[in-house]
Ligand binder design. Structure first.
Ligand SMILES: [Fe+2]
Length: 192
């Protein structure tokens, strides 16, 4: 039941993202898939060997949130790219963003503001699975700050590896390039 890295080669050629940057990013993603498999195998072996409760077991358990989320968040991220970047503000998601944030532009300002925060991690537009409310959330590294049960609707990688090759320290320019390539149909389809 090992995880398999998905192929996002279709994204090569999209505006604002060099082939070098994307290919490096795919390689990094493949590393998270490999490490997730490795960790799960090691933990399963330790269970059989009676090593539950050892410091080694505890450290691997802690590490799983980093590797697994590093894998899965990249999949959300690459899969919400490759579009034309134009949201239908009168569509299902456009209307809901306006409703929950007091206007589409307010949502976008909040999302971009979250993405521009100092530090490495992710910005995720989450939907609360209980009430349906939309919330922009900052994730530290890959595993800290997730909303329990929340559905990731739009996922933006703001680790430096996601933009430095093309943009240096100009994170805001990268965020603009990201918005130009969002696949809003895909994003809308994640909405509950
Ligand atoms: Fe990344």
């Amino acid at each position: 039941m090992a995880y398999t890295a998905r192929d996002y080669g279709n994204l090569v050629g999209m505006g604002g993202f060099s082939e070098t940057l994307l290919k490096n990013h795919f390689t990094l993603y493949q590393g998270y898939v490999a490490n997730t498999n490795k960790l799960l195998d090691s933990l399963a072996a330790m269970l059989k060997e009676g090593k539950v409760g050892t410091p080694e077991y505890a450290e691997l358990k802690r590490r799983l949130g980093f590797e697994f989320n590093g894998m899965r968040l990249h999949e959300y991220y690459f899969e919400n790219l490759g579009g034309k970047g134009a949201i239908d503000k009168l569509g299902r998601l456009g209307k809901k963003l306006a409703e929950d944030f007091g206007g589409y532009e307010d949502w976008e300002r909040d999302f971009k503001g979250t993405a521009a925060m100092r530090g490495i991690g992710w910005t995720i537009l989450y939907q609360d699975n209980i009430t349906g409310r939309l919330i922009n959330q900052w994730i530290n590294e890959h595993e800290t700050g997730h909303l329990a049960g929340g559905i990731p609707i739009l996922v933006l990688d703001v680790f430096e590896h996601a933009f430095m090759i093309d943009y240096g320290l100009k994170r805001a320019d990268y965020i603009e390039a990201f918005f130009k390539n969002v696949n809003w149909d895909k994003v809308d389809s994640r909405l509950k």
